[in-house]
Ligand binder design. Structure first.
Ligand SMILES: [Zn+2]
Ligand SMILES: [Zn+2]
Length: 365
């Protein structure tokens, strides 16, 4: 299967990146999008695959050379290279890019003629003029407490911007602009398909009809560069896992919207049930049997002393009113759930004590 994406863009490295830089970028991204860290997150899984695929090709000198040749031809420039799902670009059926498994046998002969190139490019782009995505999507995993209480989280994105060197023409300084040899300036090419001639945007000039005698060295002729952009995302209190936040006009080139899909990390102590939060507190067997006073932390970090009555059961819940999540003027409660822990080993003396207790209480063992 032919690659359909710009591997350099996927890894966020320059075309001239060294093997070391590629490896570093791969490690960072693979870690960030690893399925273990993003359970039930199809976007992260997709990114993880892409990153693996990109690394697979770019880390292999032979594969990279072949890939570079194709890339120079303009095959992948600006095609689905966005690491975020391009909703505007996901039109029409077609290949959604190859997977990590089948990239192992990447070979220039797999690309075949222009026909295959078309199917891999236009399968993603959809027919028609090259268009800007209306919105881009990214995802971020936030701590449980931030989701519950609200806050601000910074995200860093490699966002496409108009290339500052060429101002978006894709041409090197002083380059002459020539009529595209592939489409003869029409911007479209036609090829036969089932007896019909189908018009497609020209893959060489990407619909422009012209090609520069020399590509812009900054953007390699793609007319755009990826700029690391740091954005603070305001998280409203009580946001749910999977929620989508729309950031107006924060999309590529300052146009379109940025959609941030929120994933809420699991917390060691808290979990959520609607507006209520459940906090698990371990208690020992003596506390459970005899009762105790225990200190628990609420969601907002306050300490509360909770009285545990004698005979507290494993899993029993104690309510701390109005210490849950506040949303739309309503506030939930906090529940402390007792988890009774048992000693794993008893000394001979302790065993005797437990036996004597059991006999007094009429417990079989
Ligand atoms: Zn440029
Ligand atoms: Zn052309």
């Amino acid at each position: 299967m032919a690659p359909t994406r710009d591997y350099y863009q996927i890894l966020g490295v320059a075309e001239t990146a060294t093997t070391d830089e590629i490896k570093k970028a791969f490690r960072r991204l693979a870690k960030q999008h690893h399925p273990d860290r993003n359970p039930n997150n199809p976007q992260a899984a997709e990114r993880f695959k892409e990153v693996n695929e990109a690394h697979d090709v770019l880390s292999d000198a032979e594969k990279r050379k072949k890939y570079d040749q194709l890339r120079r031809y303009g095959a992948f420039a600006g095609v689905g290279g966005n690491p975020f799902a391009q909703r505007g670009a996901r039109r029409g059926p077609g290949p959604q890019g190859s997977t990590a498994e089948d990239s192992g046998d990447f070979d220039i002969s797999d690309i075949g003629g222009l026909g295959d190139l078309f199917s891999s490019i236009f399968g993603r782009r959809g027919a028609g003029r090259e268009s800007e995505p209306e919105e881009v999507e990214t995802s971020v995993t936030i701590p449980f407490r931030v989701a519950a209480l609200g806050g601000s989280v910074p995200i860093t994105l490699a966002m496409p911007e108009v290339c500052p060197t060429c101002g978006g023409t894709g041409a090197a300084k002083g380059a002459t602009v020539n009529t595209c040899p592939e489409c003869k300036g029409r911007g479209t090419v036609s090829f036969g398909q089932g007896g019909f001639a189908v018009n497609r945007p020209c893959p060489v000039c990407r619909g422009k009809g012209t090609v520069p005698s020399q590509r812009c060295p900054t953007c390699q002729g793609t007319a755009e560069v990826r700029v690391e952009k740091r954005i603070n995302v305001d998280i409203p209190a009580g946001i749910e896992d999977g929620a989508r936040l729309r950031l107006k006009n924060q999309g590529p080139k300052g146009r379109g919207d940025l959609i941030v899909v929120i994933h809420v990390a699991t917390d060691r102590f808290f979990r959520r049930e609607g507006l209520d939060v459940i906090g698990v507190v371990p208690i020992n067997i003596a506390q459970a049997l005899l009762g105790s006073r225990i200190k628990v932390k609420t969601l907002d970090g306050k300490s509360v002393v909770l009285r545990i009555p004698p005979g507290t059961q494993h899993g029993q819940r104690f309510r701390i009113p109005r210490h849950g999540i506040e949303k739309n003027g309503r506030r939930g409660d906090m529940y402390v759930e007792s988890h009774v822990t048992l000693p794993e080993k008893l000394s001979a003396e302790e065993q005797e004590a437990v036996k004597s207790f059991a006999e007094k209480a009429g417990m079989k063992y």
